[in-house]
Design a protein around this ligand. Structure first.
Ligand code: MG
Length: 283
């Protein structure tokens, strides 16, 4: 695969992300895909999707899990509903994530990704400790499928994410770094965070955002914007990735599924920006 191959976050069916046809039309060569719904996670669907990818010259690099009942309406709702952290749905979601790992195996993909949720702050608390246990259980299943698990960044500080990964203590747990999420959630400067966790970064999102007002950071969302229009600083971001030795795909993520026309326009803008920076930096 080309170094810094351009990618886009796509979907197998009606999940998050752009339709595969958009990636094909833009000539994008890699995709991360949002897992399809349970009833369509079948060998037949996997084979049909792979066939479409082959015809379009597209490689699937990671399959992301997501669950019914998750809502990103605001930060408090996100904390209450997203990932494996909410205890009422934890057991069922771990089981579903194992099934998503099995589906990724059908696609021949060696990576599954996840927003695990807001990892509890107290490392001695029962919620934190039981989250460690279920994460290890999931990682053992993922490992048996020959895969790594990548945690999406943003819902905790870089330091706390490192503590959690250290405490889980498994060799197939890594990071999908999303610089815009650090800004959206108000969890710290994305470049500084990347330098801290860079040794564990195995996949990345190229997404941009503007900070919330200083008194609102961590309480209200920042604003996601088209790549290059926000506060990440894409050239600095890419140069930092290079200094860390990261040459994997640059997966564009633009989370405005309600406006597919604008989404496609913005992904095209992102693609051109990344291609020009790749040339400028000489990768
Ligand atoms: Mg992301």
């Amino acid at each position: 695969m080309q170094k810094w191959a351009i990618g886009v976050f796509a979907s197998v069916d009606a999940g998050l992300g752009v339709h595969l046809d958009v990636a094909k039309e833009l000539g994008i060569s890699t995709v991360q895909v949002h897992s399809p719904h349970q009833h369509t996670r079948t060998p037949e669907v996997a084979q049909a999707f792979l066939q479409r990818c082959r015809e379009a010259g597209i490689t699937v690099t990671c399959v992301f899990g997501g669950f019914d009942g998750e809502s990103y309406a605001d930060i408090a709702t996100t904390a209450r509903t997203v990932g494996l952290v909410p205890e009422a749905t934890r057991a069922a979601r771990v089981q579903e994530m194992k099934e998503i790992s099995d589906f990724a195996k059908l696609l021949g993909v060696g990576c599954v990704g996840l927003h695990i949720g807001f990892v509890p702050e107290d490392r001695q608390g029962t919620s934190y400790k039981s989250l460690l246990e279920v994460t290890r259980d999931l990682l053992d299943h993922v490992k048996a499928n020959g895969q790594n698990l990548h945690l999406e960044t943003g819902q905790e500080s870089a330091d706390h994410l490192l503590e959690f990964i250290h405490d889980v203590d498994r060799d197939n747990l890594f990071i999908n770094f999303d610089p815009a999420n650090m800004i959206l959630y108000g969890n710290g400067d994305p470049i500084e965070a990347l330098k801290k966790v860079g040794h564990l970064v195995r996949s990345v999102h190229c997404k941009d955002a503007k900070w919330a007002a200083p008194d609102q950071r961590g309480k209200g969302w920042g604003t996601e914007v088209a790549l290059g229009d926000g506060d990440v600083g894409m050239e600095t971001y890419l140069r930092t990735l290079l200094s860390l030795g990261y040459t994997g795909p640059l997966t564009i993520e633009r989370e405005i599924a309600h406006d597919r026309v604008q989404q496609k326009t913005d992904i095209g803008q992102a693609q051109r920006l990344l291609e020009s920076l790749r040339t400028k930096i000489g990768v």
